[in-house]
Write a protein that binds this ligand. Structure first.
Ligand code: 5AD
Ligand code: SF4
Length: 461
């Protein structure tokens, strides 16, 4: 009764929350397994950002319900954003759900599970479903330790929860609540512990990371709390690379731009959501910046670090987006030259301020606009990768590649995926690689072992 499989939908924040739940469960004697078929308990950590993401999880839960009807002791739980958004109403269409756990209650999963199992073993009628969605003061401080766990080369570290912005399309303030920062010393301690166990790269996570702690902590030497945190993480021995996601143009000030010149561990990679290239649409989205301001920030960062890799989020088909608006998005998207992008077709979300605007842009128009951006992205991404052929960059090796014997996967500082023939001993090491073949998404090449520490030079390939 103790094999748990966790399936994660959505963003990196969710991946991080799933990791934390897995660590807590392992700590209580559960085994967290990779194969869904062997599980006694399946937990879905869900996303609400678009309707499609919710439908996927609902479909999956329905499917799992069939399994429960054959085996009444099988437990199905839904956690995270969709659980928070839909709450108890989920039981109307999915009566087989045992647990519905909101975004501030992840730390309660082990207790709820053990209560459920104890009741089941009592041979009585089927226990009532548990619905736990309440807000919890300081819940940002409950979601930390993955540190009891197996070593991770790269780790997500949640530095805050919730969001106080009011983007008109976005359900996150509803599902994740108000912005709450974790204390800086807790975050630093967690990263020090991760580093001691072999973590080389951390990604600091928050809905709007650069707003970290602006209400809780003071500016020091004209530096925001987020910049102070970056400095502290940069000083941690063993950590070689720092990333963060996602920042907002609001609050992306000179102190943060300067970090790209000062902090050597801060990678030359930035995920920077643009959402639209039209000021009119940005305004309707309640994104308080102009496209000019957005581009100016990118220009300033590129002045400091010309080799920056920049990725973005764009929504196509926001209500009222005309061909002219989209043409502006296309133009700026192309001129900026994003190396990576997540492109979303607008999806109406309940209780958002854009909900009353409906969904007037047709599916076909959205698809067409999506394709235009995808093509620009594929071209730019391939060009950028082609410019790396023959060059050598440092690659942090994360683990075996999905395919190919002795093939291993790593990333450059610019967050490009690299696949080369290597050995398990390189996992967790930063090793130079010369690239000889590329696609739009991946770099292939060979290890450059001359001049590398002797231990690495003797690796048998
Ligand atoms: N429809 C489509 N995309 C959305 N996003 C957020 N809300 C919506 C929505 N209602 C996108 C934004 C955000 C990313 C995580 O998801 O681009 O940056
Ligand atoms: Fe992440 Fe937002 Fe989806 Fe929640 S709704 S999982 S915060 S992307």
């Amino acid at each position: 009764m103790n094999r748990v499989y966790i399936k994660t939908y959505g963003c990196q924040m969710n991946e991080r929350d799933s990791e934390a739940v897995a660590a807590m469960l392992r700590g209580k004697g559960y085994s967290v397994i990779e194969n869904e078929q062997d599980a006694d308990i399946v937990l879905l950590n869900t996303c609400s950002v678009r309707d499609q993401a919710e439908q996927k999880a609902i479909g999956k839960a329905g499917h799992l319900g069939k399994r429960k009807r054959k085996n009444p002791n099988f437990i199905i739980g839904v956690m995270g954003c969709m659980a928070q958004n839909r709450g108890e109403a989920l039981l109307d269409s999915l009566p087989d759900l045992d647990l519905i756990i909101g975004t501030q209650k992840f730390h309660r999963v082990p207790d709820h599970l053990s209560n459920m199992i104890a009741t089941m073993q009592g041979q009585g009628p089927r226990p009532e479903s548990i619905v736990d969605l309440a807000e919890e003061l300081d819940s940002q401080n409950t979601i930390k330790s993955h540190v009891d766990d197996k070593p991770q080369v790269t780790a997500f570290v949640s530095i805050m929860q919730g969001c106080n912005m009011k983007c008109s399309y976005c359900i996150v303030p509803k599902t994740r609540g108000a912005e709450r920062a974790r204390p800086m010393e807790d975050i630093v301690k967690e990263i020090e512990e991760l580093a001691a166990k072999g973590t080389r790269e951390v990604t600091l996570l928050g809905q709007i990371v650069n707003q970290y702690g602006i209400r809780e902590f003071p500016y020091v030497d004209k530096k925001s709390p987020f910049v102070q945190l970056l400095e502290k993480v940069n000083a941690i021995e063993g950590i070689e690379r720092i990333r963060f996601t996602s920042p907002h143009p609001v609050g992306f000030k000179q102190d943060l731009i300067d970090c790209y010149a000062r902090l050597p561990k801060l990678c030359e990679y930035l995920h920077f959501p643009m959402q639209s290239g039209s000021d009119r649409i940005l305004k309707a989205m309640r994104r308080p910046y102009s496209i000019e301001r957005f581009r100016r920030i990118i220009d300033q960062i590129r002045e400091v670090r010309p080799d920056m890799y920049i990725s973005t989020d764009v929504i196509v088909g926001f209500p009222g987006e005309t061909e002219e608006d989209f043409e502006l998005t296309r133009k700026h998207f192309e001129e900026i030259g994003f190396d990576m992008a997540y492109l979303f077709k607008y999806s109406v979300r309940p209780d958002t301020t854009a909900e009353p605007l409906g969904d007037p842009v047709t599916k076909e128009q959205k698809e067409e606009r999506n394709q235009v951006l995808l093509q620009i992205l594929a071209k730019r991404s391939l060009q950028r990768n082609e410019s790396l052929i023959g060059k050598v960059e440092e690659v942090l090796f994360e683990g075996p590649a999905k395919k190919g014997e002795d093939m291993f996967i790593g990333r450059t500082r610019g967050n490009r995926v690299v696949i080369v023939k290597a050995s398990t001993r390189l996992i967790g090491q930063i090793v130079p690689v010369r690239f000889n073949r590329v696609t739009a998404s991946t770099l292939f090449g060979e290890l450059v072992l001359e001049g590398v520490e002797s231990e690495l030079a003797t690796v048998e390939l």
